[in-house]
Ligand binder design. Structure first.
Ligand code: SAH
Ligand code: SF4
Length: 350
């Protein structure tokens, strides 16, 4: 649903029309224009032709055995494919994980999306459509989308404008009305994106994929680290926290024998404590739990790489070291591995 197209079509229409149509699309979650029977027929026909309610075609749907994750493969107008995932949390929260690009240019060694390269950026309409698709599906069981995470395919900050426009569309009080606090952007560490987000008056959550405590290893896993090395990245995050006062999540993959030793946990803890000073020049010896936390993610096998997930005991030890240092640390629940819907497994394959 492209709001700009809609505005263009309605530019000569009466003022209430836009509001009426937004309510029908984003709140009543209509599936076709004929469902707004109060619209003049010629307008409905024009909308049908020039402003499709969805630009996505559902190609394939997979649901995990426990019903907690549903992955949809969508085909876009030009034939590109993207995937989106719905995750049901135990406390009845429902999260939609969306893609911001078809493919990704960053090429992280552990990620299935990265292996295929970038096809193109998604438009804001194509991003919003992923969420609307699930919202319509959930309506059938009287459920709602409670949060949206940009953790699907692609690097959101390399498609900054469209991602932000999509977020604003989702925020719209007359539209989908999802608060920014319920939206999270995960970045591989594009500093310009963090800096730009800093200046938006938006309370979205920022997540940063760190995955290694030193530049040598991080560059090996995420070649983008050559452009945005750890110290510079953390300085940008530090500035972000100082300006917004918002808590940042550091994502840290657990890959067996690569980045999961107790020494690496200690190095990670020290790195965060010494880098995140929130503009305060005095050296903290204690991390400030109000402002950041580490989220440990089990490595999900992509079938293409030499990496293996860390065994549970190593993850536990790693977490313990950070805990002992006073660093706030959580472990991510794994959704939908058997349907390849978990982090890093999205490849838009058929
Ligand atoms: N491009 C952004 C957002 C999409 S990836 C980013 O990289 O942050 C979302 C998260 O999944 C990132 O933290 C990413 O590092 C992680 N991820 C990638 N491959 C993974 C894999 N094989 N197993 C588990 N997590 C993975
Ligand atoms: Fe791109 Fe994120 Fe995958 Fe890296 S982890 S290749 S940035 S989608």
């Amino acid at each position: 649903m492209d709001l700009n197209k809609l505005r263009e079509i309605l530019k000569d229409a009466r003022a209430f029309r836009l509001k009426q149509i937004k309510k029908a699309v984003f709140q009543d979650l209509i599936e076709n224009w004929d469902q707004i029977s109060t619209l003049p027929k010629n307008l409905r026909e024009q909308l049908d032709k020039d402003c499709p309610i969805s630009e996505l075609k559902e190609e394939k749907t997979l649901t995990s055995k426990d019903d907690q994750a549903t992955k949809i493969l969508f085909k876009l107008n030009d034939g590109s494919k993207v995937e989106s995932v719905l995750m049901r949390h135990l406390e009845e929260r429902i999260t939609v994980c969306v893609s911001s690009q078809a493919g990704c240019s960053i090429g992280c060694k552990f990620c299935a999306t990265g292996l295929q390269g970038l096809k193109r950026n998604l438009s804001s309409g194509e991003i919003v459509d992923q969420i609307l698709f699930f919202a319509r599906l959930l309506k059938k069981t009287n459920e709602k989308v409670s949060s949206v995470v940009f953790m699907g395919m692609g690097e959101p900050f390399l498609n900054y404008d469209n991602v932000l426009e999509a977020i604003k569309t989702l925020n719209d009080k007359d539209g989908f009305n999802l608060g920014a606090r319920h939206i999270s952007i995960s970045t591989a560490g594009i500093i310009e994106g963090i800096e730009k987000l800093n200046n938006e008056k938006l309370q979205v959550n920022l997540a940063v994929s760190l995955h290694a405590p030193d530049d040598e290893l991080r560059t090996e896993l995420m070649p983008i680290n050559k452009v945005y090395p750890i110290k510079k990245l953390l300085a940008a995050v530090d500035d972000y926290i100082k300006k917004t006062g918002r808590k940042v999540m550091f994502e840290y993959l657990m890959i067996d024998g690569v980045n999961d030793s107790p020494e690496q946990a200690e190095a990670l803890g020290k790195l965060l404590v010494h880098s995140l000073l929130f503009g305060n020049q005095k050296n903290f010896s204690q991390p400030d739990q109000r402002y950041y936390f580490v989220n440990l993610i089990s490595f999900n096998s992509t079938g293409h790489s030499e990496f293996k997930p860390s065994p549970g005991w190593k993850i536990k030890n790693f977490k313990q070291v950070l805990d002992n240092m006073g660093v706030d640390v959580t472990q991510r629940y794994r959704f939908g591995r058997e349907i390849k819907a978990a982090c890093g497994q999205l490849a838009g394959e058929n």
